[in-house]
Design a protein around this ligand. Structure first.
Ligand code: FAD
Length: 355
């Protein structure tokens, strides 16, 4: 089959080839004919860029209940309790599935290695150096490519849900592929198109994060929810592309300091730089408003020198390389950082039903 040939009928069409789309495709029965569509190549997604790791209560001294409590606390009374419970309770078995599929998380001896991140009361973040997302997506992609029943269609831009006028039911999608608009029929369509950070001037997200799935669903009459909840990550490198400096860096002991070298985050929250992300982002922005002539263009500093050099090399090789590319030697100087749009909590209204 050459690139121009897309079957005009699938049992299930999954739109998006990040971690959500890849994992969904793998969870579907192999008896189903599945199409997995991405507007770019499978190697470009926010999932591929994820760094610090995945939180799951897998340590003996941890529990889903503690994970729930930490999440509710960080959520400042705005969490959907049922969704939080679902997430925290399912996380350990999902991690086990990823391990079974071949994802090589870092280990201490035979145990999974766990680090601390802000707002967690326990070390519960699994990682693969500082390129955890790449480890997950390359493993899932390899599994997907092995499956006879899944056809991956790259550089195919989903445009709209194809709604049957008489019934109002979705019967497939329209997509732009190889220079023309094509309609593809499917028994079910799953939208897994990721976030929308690109609507902001400064974002850590890749170019594909333009909120397409949310717009597609809305145009088809679906309900959207909580679109105003956008998380700003406190520490994006203030260079073009706003490369993320993972929160795990603060978890491992890096300090956030101002131009005078003062750890100002403690002025805003007793947990300092390990307060929840929204708190630290507001602390930085608030601090810059008081101290900088143009707060929008200013930055603070993330100092990795409190972390032993060996640990930096072992845990953050990619951050070291990217900073080096910009002429920043993290072993001898702090990194200029500022908040940037990072994670869109809102999206298509859904429920917790699964099978
Ligand atoms: C720099 C960075 C670091 C992060 N670090 C972490 C971390 O350490 N831990 C953590 O838990 N989370 C982290 N996150 C968040 C995490 O990466 C995302 O929540 C997660 O990857 C989202 O997965 P997804 O599959 O929903 O979306 P994505 O991975 O963004 O995938 C979306 C897919 O949809 C496709 N697509 C979009 N629109 C269309 C269209 N119209 N037609 C066809 N295809 C389309 C895209 O091409 C892509 O394949 C990070 C995010 C970023 C940006």
């Amino acid at each position: 089959m050459n690139l121009l040939d897309i079957p005009n009928q699938f049992d299930v069409l999954v739109v998006g080839a990040g971690a959500a789309g890849l994992y969904t495709a793998l969870c579907l029965p192999e008896t189903l004919k599945v199409g997995l569509i991405t507007k770019e190549t499978v190697t470009l997604s926010a999932s591929d860029w994820a760094q610090g790791g995945i939180a799951a209560a897998v340590a003996p001294e941890d529990s889903p209940q503690l994970h729930i409590e930490d999440t509710l606390k960080a959520g400042a009374g705005l969490c959907d309790l049922e969704a939080v419970e679902f997430l925290a309770e399912q996380a350990p078995s999902c991690i086990q599935s990823l391990v079974n599929l071949g994802v090589a998380f870092d280990r201490h001896g035979s145990n999974l290695a766990l680090t601390l991140e802000a707002a967690h009361s326990r070390h519960r973040v699994l990682h693969a150096a500082d390129t955890t997302g790449r480890e997950v997506t390359t493993t899932l992609t390899a599994q997907v490519l092995r499956r006879q029943n899944i056809q991956v269609i790259q550089q195919a831009l989903a445009l709209s849900l194809w709604i049957e006028p008489e019934t109002g039911r979705c019967q497939g999608i329209s997509l732009f592929y190889q220079g023309k608009v094509t309609h593809v029929r499917a028994g079910a369509v799953i939208l897994a198109t990721g976030g929308g950070g690109q609507v902001f001037a400064q974002t850590t997200n890749p170019a594909v994060s333009t909120g397409d799935g949310v717009a597609i669903a809305w145009r088809a009459g679906a309900m959207l929810r909580d679109l105003e909840f956008v998380q700003f990550h406190p520490t994006a490198l203030t260079k073009p592309g706003r490369f993320l400096i993972s929160e795990a860096v603060r978890g491992e002991g890096a300090h956030l300091v101002d131009n005078e070298g003062r750890r100002f985050a403690f002025d805003y929250h007793p947990a300092g730089e390990l307060a929840p992300r929204d708190v630290v982002s507001r602390a930085i922005f608030g601090h810059l408003q008081h101290t900088a002539a143009d707060p929008a263009a200013a930055h603070v500093w993330l100092d990795m020198r409190p972390i032993p050099a060996d640990k930096i090399r072992q845990r953050f090789p990619n951050i070291v390389n990217v900073c080096q590319h910009w002429g920043i030697d993290v072993f001898n100087q702090p990194i200029p950082v500022a908040p940037a749009a990072h994670y869109w909590m809102g999206g298509i209204f859904t429920d917790l039903q699964y099978f």
